[in-house]
Design a protein around this ligand. Structure first.
Ligand SMILES: *Cc1c(COP(=O)(O)O)cnc(C)c1O
Length: 430
């Protein structure tokens, strides 16, 4: 494969944009030097500026559960655009998507649209603090909830990949309000509540952790969080920016049958356009302006193009059999990858849940942040490069999920497994 044009663009980009990228996770710093620059996406495939074709397992980091350019979404956005791109006034589309979200997600009675997942978590936390009149917050090590100051403490995703889980620029006074616990470890949460019984406004958690690689919740973990938060009068916030409309049409809360107080959404509900949302019980949501005193606003919130795309996406996902189909694809892939690794004699732990999976280069079972951190990133780098050169586009970090979409064909999955055989063989000879 030849990457001349990407390399040239990267040279220009690093002079103009920090690291040449508008979000750190796009950099190939952890796995090579320059990222490939994308020209277009179609179905399960990406095409870079040099004309190379890839099977895409990033899918824009989650939004594209239908793959690239699904016809229904493209059409919906085109139609919306012909009526104007934004009005700064309410539209019928906003009512329609709100109704779809309220109908789908068990704990959401009322919802506010925003422009990104970061905005959703930030706003949900302000609301939780306003509602409880408390300041402290518990988050879990390795979970990522966007880049608000008080959430960039032991954060996952790019923050983890590039070794800045707790960012400079976050004042100590703000960082000190964030307490960190260990994922899948209820005792670590109980200890914090015992220490600060009436100061904790909320516990925020990814009900299926996807930003330290995929780490599903242990049996009883989410239930335990529900009970502890209730006992101490704190709110439970599910950050379902990845798991919403992915774990199931009602998100992870539907799968695990847990009712959080507030839920954050993003990614999938925008159908590939910039979006976020937060919602919950009416009594809490009615604290938000203009009904209540907790302020939150957005010039482009509820943008008609994003709403049209989101509605078209949710309509597709509401059809019978969608989630079973995509999970079967992910299961087949996970099984094939495990067999390929075994054959090559490479020790891996593969976590898979719904249409998400991560191949961890470790001998341990990965059910915690510590176990995920035990992965051999040098091995991942070799694996990643081999896969890329065989036309398989993976997240350029050990600590991210692969995203399988409905557009991935059986042939795509088999091609990926075949490529992985070579990639594991390359790892075995390190
Ligand atoms: C991606 C992500 C966010 C942040 O969403 P942005 O749209 O990137 O701001 C928040 N929480 C989780 C769990 C995410 O995966």
């Amino acid at each position: 494969m030849d990457f001349n044009k990407s390399q040239q663009l990267f040279k220009e980009a690093v002079e103009l944009i920090p690291g040449g990228v508008n979000s750190p996770v796009r950099a190939f710093k952890a796995v090579g030097d320059f990222p490939v620059f994308i020209d277009k996406g179609e179905g399960s495939k990406l095409y870079d500026v040099d004309g190379n074709e890839y099977i895409d397992y990033i899918c824009s980091w989650g939004p594209l559960l239908l793959g690239h350019q699904p016809e229904t979404i493209t059409k919906a956005v085109q139609e919306a655009l012909l009526k104007g791109s934004t009005y700064g006034a309410p539209t019928a589309l906003e009512v329609e998507i709100a109704k779809m979200i309220v109908d789908a997600v068990p704990s959401i009675e009322m919802v506010r649209m925003v422009n990104s997942g970061t905005e959703a978590t930030m706003s949900a936390i302000r609301l939780a603090r306003g509602y409880t009149k408390r300041n402290k917050l518990i988050k879990f090590e390795g979970c990522y909830h966007g880049h608000a100051d008080y959430l960039l403490i032991k954060a996952g995703s790019g923050a983890l990949t590039f070794g800045v889980p707790s960012s400079p620029g976050v004042p100590e006074s703000i960082a000190s309000e964030t307490l960190t616990a260990s994922y899948n470890d209820l005792d670590s949460v109980k200890r914090l509540f015992t220490q600060y019984p009436d100061q904790i406004a909320a516990v925020i958690v990814e009900p299926i952790a996807g930003n330290m690689g995929l780490v599903p919740p242990a049996e009883g973990f989410l239930q335990g969080l529900r009970e502890i938060t209730k006992e101490y009068g704190a709110l439970l916030i599910f950050d379902e920016v990845i798991s919403g409309f992915r774990a199931s049409y009602g998100g992870a809360q539907k799968v695990f049958n847990i009712m959080p107080d507030l839920t954050c959404l993003g990614k999938i509900i925008g159908g590939g356009l910039p979006v976020g949302a937060y919602g919950g019980r009416k009594e809490i949501m009615e604290q938000v302006a203009p009904v209540g005193p907790v302020y939150q606003a957005g010039t482009l919130s509820g943008n008609p193009l994003a709403m049209a795309a989101g509605i078209a996406m949710l309509k597709e996902l509401g059809k019978p059999g969608v989630y079973e189909t995509v999970e079967t694809k992910a299961k087949t892939l996970a099984k094939g990858l495990q067999e390929a690794a075994d054959k090559a004699g490479v020790k891996v732990a593969i976590n898979q849940s719904a249409s998400l999976l991560t191949v961890f280069f470790t001998e341990d079972v990965v059910c915690s942040y510590t176990a995920a951190m035990g992965s051999d990133t040098a091995k991942f780098k070799v694996f990643f490069q081999s896969m890329l050169n065989q036309g398989i586009y993976l997240p350029p970090s050990q600590f991210e999920c692969w995203f399988v979409s409905l557009a991935h064909s059986d042939e795509d999955i088999q091609k990926t497994i075949a490529a992985a055989k070579n990639a594991f063989a390359a790892v075995a000879t390190m």
